[in-house]
Design a protein around this ligand. Structure first.
Ligand code: ATP
Length: 247
């Protein structure tokens, strides 16, 4: 059984069909790249998969539960990195992780051990007791990445995880994501960066106008992801078609 499934998913904002009949399935062991241009419907899909938004139609399932019906359970079992979100400015990373750990049912000792490991891995151990407001954008991203994994979820849904990270840390995170999937977990990685998709993902779904229009195995040497992406985007109809019909 796939750990992430979307079946004819739909969501409109007024007359904009943000997600428009989207199908996908992600299995354990995969880093699935969700690759699409601005406005393709990636964020909206992520919000549906993580229980933040109820679809207008279709069905989503994450680890066998419907995020629309069980949003709290979904967010407890899944690691989520929302687009451009920063940790609370009025907390230190240590305080933030304690809060996150309690919400997810972890004891403080377990949280401290995992935070120690992650802060060493990403190189922000010296900043654990600095107010998040006083961290650089990259350091804030490291904090956000740590909260994704602190409860050791089987599935993570991450939006542009490498944003603001220096090249060395980017390489470490890429390596970690691949090994995390190889250990039998699943990564759903949304990006508009083709190089990131090529470097990290095992399979890529290209999304335009709210649906997955092509899928490619990245290991397939015949695949040129850039060509597939340009074909999909150039072949797509203009965005923002009114939900009621033809523009
Ligand atoms: N809250 C909202 N109200 C109205 N329209 C919205 C809202 N959120 C998204 N949209 C529209 O839905 C479409 C899909 O947006 P979405 O944010 O899901 O795309 P995206 O692929 O994440 O884009 P980007 O890569 O630029 O972040 C866009 O046309 C956008 O303008």
């Amino acid at each position: 059984m796939s750990v992430i499934e979307a079946d004819s998913l739909r969501k409109a904002y007024g007359d904009v069909r943000a997600v428009d009949g989207l199908d996908l399935a992600v299995d354990r062991g995969e880093v699935y790249g969700f690759l699409g241009p601005n406005g393709a419907g990636k964020t909206t899909t992520i919000e549906i998969l993580t229980g933040q938004l109820r679809p207008d139609g279709g069905r989503a399932a994450v680890l066998g539960t419907d995020p629309a019906n069980e949003p709290v359970e979904t967010r407890r079992r899944v690691g989520v990195l929302p687009e451009q979100q920063t940790p609370p400015s009025f907390l230190t990373p240590t305080e933030f992780f304690e809060f996150v750990g309690r919400v997810r049912g972890l004891d403080d000792e377990t949280v401290a051990e995992r935070v120690e490991e992650w802060s060493q891995r990403l190189g922000f151990a010296a900043k654990l007791d600095t107010l998040c407001a006083d961290l650089s954008r990259g350091q804030q991203q490291k904090v956000m990445l740590t909260q994704v994994f602190v409860h050791e979820p089987d599935v993570v849904v991450i939006d542009e995880p490498l944003a603001n990270l220096d090249p060395i840390v980017q390489e470490q995170v890429k390596r970690y994501l691949r090994s995390y999937a190889e250990d039998g977990n699943a990564v759903f990685l949304s990006t508009h960066n083709i190089d990131v998709a090529e470097d990290v993902c095992s399979r890529v779904g290209i999304v335009t106008n709210g649906r997955v229009v092509a899928e490619r195995d990245v290991a397939d040497t015949e695949t040129d992801l850039l060509d597939a992406f340009l074909d999909a985007v150039e072949g797509a109809d203009p965005r923002d078609t009114p939900a009621g019909g033809v523009q």
